[in-house]
Ligand binder design. Structure first.
Ligand SMILES: O=C(O)CCC(=O)C(=O)O
Ligand SMILES: [Fe+2]
Length: 243
């Protein structure tokens, strides 16, 4: 067995110490923001090593079989590893007010409870009971096609991905990318600069953009460009559960 994972409190403290005003401003401006140094290097290695611990997961997806790209991922099973569970709860606490604000700006009625457990109860009551946090593993030639992580009627509009490997050392290529489709305009691409342990928070499927006459909605998708060499691991944190 690998070394013990960090306790949840340590992870939650790192989340709480982030500059949430700056992160919210970034999310409002472009639909994504980097959360720098969210996970320490040793913890990144320990979380990535969970990939080979089959007992932690509820299912494995080989992306090429579904036309999702090339590479694979596994959905964690409940109970989630402590740092992942703590990360999900702590991130949600800071993102829920933003999610409410975004929904109000987009003219959507749905609002989010302050605590993640209460939002999960809403998902579970609607039959969305399967956990969505996942670990992804990419080797040379692997990539993740542009997509949206929607798993049922209940959607939390933001999600987070943590880069567990070292760009330039563990792997090359493999950039986290986003596209934003604006009404009657061409799509805008983003490449998100991430170091090991950095996370990116981003819009799951749509976000409000301030126009000259109030807000309009744009459609966002995310993916990963081809990994040229080495191995790349990420942890995906999605706040709604799946049907
Ligand atoms: O591997 C990545 O960086 C992207 C992972 C992803 O698609 C997700 O976390 O939803
Ligand atoms: Fe995704």
């Amino acid at each position: 067995m690998s070394a013990a994972l960090d306790p949840g409190e340590a992870v939650a403290a790192r989340v709480d110490a982030l500059d949430w005003n700056g992160i919210s401003a970034g999310l409002d401006a472009r639909g994504w923001a980097v959360l720098p140094g969210l996970i320490a290097p040793g913890e990144c290695r320990r979380i990535a090593a969970l990939y080979d611990d089959g007992g932690r997961f509820r299912s494995r997806v080989v992306m090429a079989r579904h036309g999702f790209g090339q590479g694979e991922y596994q959905y964690l099973a409940y109970p989630l590893p402590e740092p992942v569970s703590a990360l999900r709860d702590a991130l949600y606490l800071h993102l829920a007010p933003l999610a409410d604000r975004w929904n109000a700006a987009m003219g959507l009625d749905i609002r989010y409870p302050a605590r993640h457990a209460d939002f999960l109860a809403r998902c579970h009551a609607a039959g969305q009971v399967r956990p969505t946090p996942l670990l992804l593993q990419y080797g040379p030639g692997d990539h993740n096609c542009l997509h949206q992580d929607l798993y049922g009627e209940h959607v939390f509009p933001l999600q987070v991905a943590v880069l567990l490997s070292r760009p330039g050392e563990d792997f090359t290529g493999g950039e986290f990318v986003l596209t934003e489709q604006r009404p009657r305009m061409q799509s805008r691409p983003f490449v998100v600069p991430l170091a090991q342990g950095d996370a990116v928070a981003f819009a799951v499927s749509q976000r409000p953009v301030r126009g000259t006459r109030g807000f309009y909605r744009t459609v966002m998708r995310h993916g990963v460009s081809e990994v040229r060499d080495g191995q790349r691991h990420t942890l995906g944190v999605i706040f709604h559960d799946a049907r």
